[in-house]
Structures are given as structure tokens and as C-alpha cells.
Design a protein around this ligand. Structure first.
Ligand SMILES: N[C@@H](CCC(=O)N[C@@H](CS)C(=O)NCC(=O)O)C(=O)O
Length: 196
């Protein structure tokens, strides 16, 4: 398969992490969103929303949306246990990540890292939302080692992707030791020597 992505994007890294963890064979096709490479006619023909990540399988079928992709790739593996209730709890976190975590933390990071704007000029509603998301994660991780079920799943991968870069969006994990401990466990599970 071909993974179209930007290796600075947490959404794209989710797909890379799952593919690497499962030993799937793929070609990484770099897409520079800042140069409009996700809006060319060729790209839009594959992925009409014009965003990365996108995956094209050997038979020509294309799939977009990071969490849909990792859910598809992880079928049959320990990253997506068969138990229906565990899958439902994984989905709960995947939807929460896309509605409450990524649109706040990743957007603040985009403002600072991609646009080079200072932390003080971040949208206050995004800042409040990001702080609330990290607080909710801290509460979960004080009580549990992982987000869903008993082990490392795609819920952890999805949330790890941008939480590892929280500081680049102006968020501090200093007062969130449970989140920091979980980040270390995720890195171990993914075989990452350090956050990338
Ligand atoms: N909900 C989508 C979000 C994808 C997304 O926002 N991708 C960004 C990069 S992280 C992008 O392609 N931005 C360029 C654009 O929207 O034009 C997912 O999870 O895959």
C-alpha cells in the first residue's frame, strides 16, 4: 500500500506507527500540505477531502481519515481486540480525539510550529479546550494504564500522536505525571527511542 502523508503531522504518524507496529509493507509518499500538494487534481481524485493522511491499497481502493485508516489496518491484531465492548470503548476515544483533542491541541501546534506564531496569540477557546482534554486524559490515566481494555490499542496510538507534541502547541505536561508516564509506555510499545 501507499501512505500519503506528512511526517510532521500527528494524523499521518498514527498511520505510520500502526503500519510499523504490525510490520505492514508500505511506501511512504511525502505530501507537503503547505505547498498545496494535497489539493492537486491527482490527489483530489484519490482523496476528495484534500487532506493527509490517505492510503491507497494495491487494488486501487483509497481510504482517508486517520482513525478510519488505523481501525482498518489494525483488524485482527491486538491493537483492536475482538471483544465488542472493548471496540466500543476504543471508538469512544477515537471520536473524542477527533472532536475534542485534535482540533484543540493540534490546531494550537499548527499555529505555533507551522505558522511560527507565539503562544500568546493562540485562540483562547482552543487553549481552554486543549487544557480540558489533557486534564481528562490525566484523570483516565491515574485510574488506568491504557485508554481502552487491558492493553495498548489504537485508542492509545490515536491519542499519543498529538499528545507527544503538546509542548509544541504551548501546553505543559509538568502537572500531568500520569500522561507523561503513559507517553513513555506508548513509546516503548511502538519501539520509539524518543518522541518524533
Ligand atoms: N480528520 C482528518 C484530519 C486530517 C487533517 O486535518 N489533515 C491535515 C494535516 S494534519 C491536512 O491535510 N491539512 C491540509 C488541508 O486541510 O488542506 C484525519 O484524521 O485524517
Amino acid at each position: 500500500m501507499q501512505i500519503y502523508g506528512d511526517d510532521k503531522s500527528g494524523n499521518c504518524l498514527k498511520v505510520k506507527y500502526v503500519a510499523d507496529h504490525l510490520g505492514l509493507s508500505y511506501t511512504w509518499v511525502p505530501i507537503d500540505i503547505m505547498r498545496g500538494e494535497s489539493r492537486t487534481p491527482e490527489y483530489l481524485a484519490r482523496f476528495p477531502a484534500g487532506q493527509v493522511p490517505g492510503v491507497e491499497f494495491a487494488d486501487g481502493r483509497c481510504l482517508a481519515q486517520s482513525n478510519a485508516i488505523i481501525r482498518h489496518l489494525a483488524r485482527g491484531s491486538a491493537l483492536l481486540p475482538e471483544d465488542p465492548w472493548t471496540q466500543a470503548k476504543i471508538d469512544e476515544w477515537l471520536f473524542w480525539e477527533q472532536y475534542s483533542h485534535e482540533p484543540t491541541i493540534a490546531v494550537c501546534r499548527f499555529h505555533m510550529r507551522y505558522r511560527g506564531e507565539p503562544a500568546e496569540t493562540r485562540d483562547p477557546r482552543k487553549v481552554a479546550g486543549g487544557e480540558a482534554a489533557l486534564d481528562l486524559m490525566e484523570r483516565r490515566l491515574v485510574a488506568a494504564e491504557w485508554f481502552a481494555g487491558d492493553g495498548f490499542t489504537i485508542a492509545d496510538v490515536a491519542l499519543f500522536a498529538y499528545t507527544q507534541f503538546a509542548d509544541e502547541g504551548g501546553f505543559s505536561l509538568d502537572t500531568r505525571p500520569a500522561v507523561r508516564g503513559w507517553l513513555t509506555r506508548c513509546m516503548q510499545a511502538l519501539g520509539l527511542p524518543r518522541a518524533t
